[in-house]
Design a protein. Structure first.
Length: 287
C-alpha cells in the first residue's frame, strides 16, 4: 500500500528525509487538494487528491527526476531554459523531433555539436533541483509515494544526493518566505523605468534575467512571463525581486487587480504602446 498523506501534516522536507534514510525507490506525487466534508486525523478538513501538481522520482534514496504539471519538462525546453539552445533553435528542433525520446535527442544534439554531454547533464540536474526547491515552499496538498514506480526509460535521469538538497532546501525556505512577502501576487505586470538606458548601462544579467526582461511589457503579467519562460512561481519571483531591487523594472497594477501589500504599485500609463516598449528593449540590448 502506497504512503499517503498531506504535506500540511507531513512536510516535503520530512518526506525527503524519510526517502533518503530508508533508501527508497519510487515516485512521490503531489496533488491539488479537493476539500471534502470529512475531517482528517488532525481535525482539519480532509483533502481528496485532485489534479496532479508534481512528480518526483527517487532511486535507492537518490533524487533522479522531477517535473511540475504546468511546466514543459522535455529536454529541448530544459536546454533552452538553461541557455544552451536559443529560442529559435529550440523551435526548429521541436518541429523536427516531435516523436524523438529525450535520450535519443540528446545523442543527436551532442553529435551535431549543439551541446555537450556536460551541458545535458548539468541542465537536467539543475531543472530537477529547481522543481524540488520550488515544491519545498508548498504548504498543503495530498501526496502519494508509490514504491518502485519510476519514469519511463527514455527520460534522462541524473542521480542527486538528497542530503545536499535538504540542506539547501532549508536555506531556500527562508528565502522563499521573503520572496512571497515581497511579491505575493503574480498577476501584476512590469514596466521599465524612465531612465532605462542609464539603469542597464554596465549591468551584467544572466540568461534567465535577460529572458524575463525581454517580456517586460505592461500587457504581460509576471505569471504570463513565467509561463513563457518555463519558470516556476519561485523562480520568477527570485528573478523579478532582483530586478526590482536593482531598479531595473517597476511593478504595474493591471485593471481589476488589487493593490500589493507593502509595496508601492506604479499605475499603468494608458499611452504606453507595445512598439514603445519594444524600442526600449532594443535600446537596452544595444548598450
Amino acid at each position: 500500500m502506497p504512503l499517503q498523506g498531506n504535506i500540511r501534516d507531513f512536510s516535503t522536507t520530512q518526506l525527503l528525509n524519510l526517502i533518503n534514510l530508508a533508501g527508497k525507490t519510487g515516485t512521490l506525487t503531489i496533488f491539488e487538494g479537493v476539500p471534502t466534508a470529512e475531517k482528517d486525523a488532525m481535525g482539519g478538513v480532509k483533502m481528496a487528491p485532485g489534479k496532479e501538481r508534481a512528480r518526483v522520482a527517487f532511486k535507492i534514496g537518490k533524487l533522479i527526476h522531477a517535473i511540475l504539471d504546468d511546466q514543459d519538462g522535455n529536454l529541448v525546453s530544459v536546454l533552452n531554459k538553461a541557455g544552451k539552445l536559443t529560442s529559435e533553435q529550440a523551435r526548429i528542433i521541436r518541429e523536427r523531433s516531435s516523436n524523438t525520446t529525450d535520450k535519443a535527442l540528446a545523442l543527436l544534439l551532442i553529435n551535431a555539436n549543439y551541446v555537450t554531454q556536460k551541458d545535458v547533464v548539468n541542465s537536467v540536474q539543475q531543472h530537477t533541483l529547481d522543481v524540488v526547491y520550488d515544491l519545498l515552499s508548498w504548504h498543503e496538498g495530498p501526496f502519494r509515494f508509490d514504491d518502485n514506480a519510476l519514469p519511463s526509460a527514455d527520460r534522462i535521469m541524473v542521480p542527486i544526493d538528497l542530503e545536499n538538497v535538504i540542506i539547501e532546501g532549508a536555506r531556500r525556505i527562508k528565502q522563499n518566505e521573503v520572496l512571497i512577502a515581497e511579491i505575493p501576487n503574480l498577476d501584476v505586470a512590469l514596466k521599465f523605468p524612465e531612465n532605462a538606458k542609464e539603469k542597464y548601462k554596465g549591468v551584467h544579467l544572466s540568461v534567465e534575467e535577460w529572458r524575463v526582461v525581454s517580456f517586460v511589457n505592461p500587457k504581460n503579467t509576471i505569471r504570463q512571463i513565467a509561463k513563457a519562460n518555463n519558470m516556476s512561481d519561485m523562480e520568477i519571483r527570485r528573478i523579478v525581486y532582483g530586478l526590482l531591487q536593482a531598479g531595473l523594472v517597476l511593478l504595474v497594477r493591471l485593471p481589476g487587480t488589487q493593490q500589493l501589500d507593502g509595496r508601492r504599485v506604479v499605475p499603468m500609463a494608458p499611452a504606453v504602446q507595445e512598439t514603445v516598449v519594444r524600442r526600449i528593449i532594443d535600446r537596452i540590448r544595444s548598450i
